[in-house]
Write a protein that binds this ligand. Structure first.
Ligand code: ZN
Length: 344
């Protein structure tokens, strides 16, 4: 089969399409014929050698994988050849205190797709059968591939970690990304008033069609001052932050008394300063958030299948053009997810 791989860490120029042996399912495993695999910034961190995860070379990226079951290994009874499925992003031990208490993303032995096993930017993809999730008929494969990381992460951040309530005001930073556009839809659907930031009016205009009430171009406007103006000086109740650097500082400054900042990323700056004094005097809270559970992903797939949220797909690329797909994402000109379709 063909697989996207890199043999050394670096930029998009290290990506190549290799011919590799077809994977065979071991006991308890399945092989998917991949129909859609979504790009994520984690793929770029891994390829650049910056992920802080151990990554064997050569390496196939892609942890957001949808396909049809092509082969099943011994002992697999829940899945049959031809079934449509999404692969959950990691396997967990099911034994540690975090797994036992429903926090599988915190598992002591978490094994990521595209780190512990080769990723899904390939024609065939092998994984443990118990990592597969069923897909609603109403959701096509490309849309389904755009749900897990964007909506699962946002659902976990907004509802599970930050406890968003109807009627609250929410700031969403960098709305043009996959998770930013997902957060707008989920927060709006849940009855929040949503203010968003982006680097262009074009992205803000797109976000308005998804439920964002107010847009702020952070390249031309003081975000904190504008949020305070829009909220009559009160600030927002919750800031949804996934970028780091200046965006994190803006989030801290934009929440009001008793405000929460929930964060899941730091691409634009992993170490940031903030003024402690207004932080404690206003009783602000910063909440970390990591990944999502199977139940949260299934809830998001159901919301998408019912048309209550819409996965945003910027473009699809055949496998042969996957390096160009990554180059597009890394130029940050996209709105929503970029998806590779190896079966086409
Ligand atoms: Zn565990």
């Amino acid at each position: 089969m063909r697989a996207l791989r890199f043999h050394q860490f670096g930029g998009t120029d290290v990506l190549r399409i290799d011919e590799v042996p077809d994977p065979q399912p071991g006991p308890g495993e399945v092989v998917l014929r991949v129909t859609a695999a979504a790009l994520n910034h984690l793929d770029v961190d891994i390829r650049s050698g910056l992920s802080r995860f151990p990554v064997p070379l050569p390496h196939t990226p892609g942890f957001e994988v949808v396909g049809r079951v092509a082969a099943v290994g011994d002992g697999v009874t829940d899945w049959s050849v031809g079934d449509r499925a999404l692969c959950f992003f990691a396997s967990s031990c099911r034994r540690c205190r975090w797994c036992r208490s429903g926090h599988e993303a915190l598992c002591d032995e978490l094994q990521f797709v595209s780190i512990a096993i080769p990723g899904g930017m390939s024609e065939l993809f092998r994984c443990p059968a118990d990592q597969l999730l069923p897909l609603p008929d109403a959701l096509d494969d490309v849309s389904a591939a755009a749900v897990m990381a964007a909506f699962g992460t946002s659902y976990h951040m907004l509802f599970t970690r930050a406890g968003l309530r109807a009627g609250e005001r929410v700031l969403v930073t960098s709305v043009g990304s996959g998770i930013g556009s997902a957060a707008i839809q989920l927060a709006s659907w849940a009855g929040a008033e949503v203010i968003g930031t982006a680097s262009s009016q074009d992205k803000l205009d797109r976000a308005r069609t998804l439920g964002m009430t107010h847009g702020i171009d952070y390249t031309t406007t003081d975000v904190v001052a504008e949020v305070l103006r829009l909220t009559d000086g009160a600030g927002v109740d919750l800031a949804y932050e996934h970028v780091g650097g200046e965006r994190f500082a803006e989030a801290i400054g934009s929440v009001g008394k008793n405000g929460r900042v929930v964060t899941c990323g730091g691409h634009a700056g992993e170490v940031v300063d903030f003024d402690i004094v207004p932080f404690f005097r206003s009783q602000k809270t910063v909440i970390g958030s990591f990944c999502y559970s199977r139940d949260e992903v299934l809830a998001c797939l159901d919301l998408a299948a019912r048309g209550l949220v819409t996965p945003q797909v910027h473009a699809t690329f055949p496998l042969a053009e996957a390096p160009a797909a990554y180059a597009l994402m890394e130029r940050r000109g996209h709105f929503g997810k970029i998806v590779v379709t190896p079966a086409t």
